[in-house]
Design a protein around this ligand. Structure first.
Ligand SMILES: [Zn+2]
Length: 105
């Protein structure tokens, strides 16, 4: 099972705050429907899921994390797996692939 406390949020309070801020900014961007028009469908529950996930992250204190080995993919890993055609970061092997390439469109 995936849990926020199992991620490695960084060793220092500064790194942890930066990591949390990054995740919140990504979620805010998603909530602003950034590039949703490129989806081939209207995700009816996405907004609710994103809001729930965002409040979980908001309330989460990275200092309580176990410092696990699961880390958020760094820029290098993400860039290595970005889909040039769709301008999407795949973050392989964390995800299966570009959401558009694998959508079968
Ligand atoms: Zn693609």
């Amino acid at each position: 099972m995936f849990g926020l406390a199992e991620l490695n949020w960084g060793d220092t309070p500064k790194d942890q705050a930066a990591a949390k801020d990054f995740v919140l900014r990504v979620l805010d961007l998603a909530l602003s429907r950034h590039r949703w028009e490129e989806l081939t469908y209207e995700p009816p529950r996405a907004k609710g899921y994103l809001r729930t996930y965002r409040s979980m992250v908001e309330e989460f204190d990275p200092a309580t994390a176990g410092g696990g080995t699961d880390v958020l993919p760094g820029p290098q890993e993400a860039a290595m797996a970005s889909c040039v055609r769709h301008r999407v970061l795949d973050a392989l092997p964390f995800w299966e692939g570009c959401v558009f390439c694998t959508a079968g469109v």
